[in-house]
Design a protein around this ligand. Sequence first.
Ligand SMILES: *Cc1c(COP(=O)(O)O)cnc(C)c1O
Length: 361
Amino acid sequence: MIEYENLGKLNKPFFEEYQKAFKETLEGGWYIMGKGVQTFENEFADYCGAKHSIGVANGLDALIIALRAFNFEKGSEIIVPSNTYIATILSILHNGLIPVMVEPDRTTYNLDVKRIEEKITSKTRAIIPVHLYGKMCEMDTITSIAKKHNIKVIEDCAQSHGAKYKEVKAGNWGDLNAFSFYPTKNLGAIGDAGAITTNDKELASSVYALHNYGSKVKYYNELVGFNSRLDEVQAVFLSIKLKYLDNINEHKRKLATIYLQNLKSDYVKPVVHPDYFDVYHIFNVRHPKRDDLKAYLLKNEIKTDIHYPVAPDKQSAMKGILDNQPYPISEEIHQTTLSLPISYFHTEQDISRVIEVMNKF
Ligand SMILES: *Cc1c(COP(=O)(O)O)cnc(C)c1O
């Protein structure tokens, strides 16, 4: 059986270092916001090329806190892609703001920059571009649209650690940028974790307060804050894994190249363009008979996944919350997309086997 993902196998190469770091942290006796968190925050900011990074409890919190830091008035509109993971939309709702969905481009699966301005109104306060599957959005165009309309940009970088657009990494383009270190992400922890990066000192200071009870000085609360701290033990694991992130990304890029070069043309494959350095958090193809293909692969002992089976506007939790507009591109993607095995533990032979089976479908 070729698995889609196996977190034990993925992390196996790091076990020894993790065990040593765990023992040190355990014996060190400082479990919240210690040296480990500070070290990781500095290393992650450096990695992204950003000036500041603040560790938080998970990716959803990173988005919620990033939005909260701007203090937008209730009912403000936030632009978001119609095919994002539900977390992006929840972060807007949990701040009392209104998600305004924009369709993605059919080939990159990211915000179609030509459709953004038609959705901007006098109530629009921010755009959240989501770098889906490990490919970045057209950030130069998005940031210039934002500047023109005097609105903020919050990157959702949960799937794009180390991805670049025109040589600049994710987490470096927006006013505030949200990362998840959920275990399956390219930089994944051994549990929940997240971070916010920024180049703005004042915003960094607000985020820092918000994530820790709204306090900059212990027991003095300036803001109505959260408890959303990055665990010390996750931080020390993340510092170890960060050293290997470029290797992880390179491995996924190598496997992606094998798919791209060898899968038959019946499949709609991810686009490759010199402006983009893609990290393939997910390698998806599209096919009109997606469900049959998935069943056929499983019969041939190949597991796959779907990101995502149901579009945000079709989720039952969103009934009466999101508008009733049609989102045909998002709908088409959700009905036809299939995610293929591309984990750090997969070998080139695994991928060749998937291709061999797929090319007979
Ligand atoms: C994973 C993910 C999130 C949420 O991260 P969590 O750590 O699970 O809260 C947000 N946005 C996108 C695009 C994601 O893929």
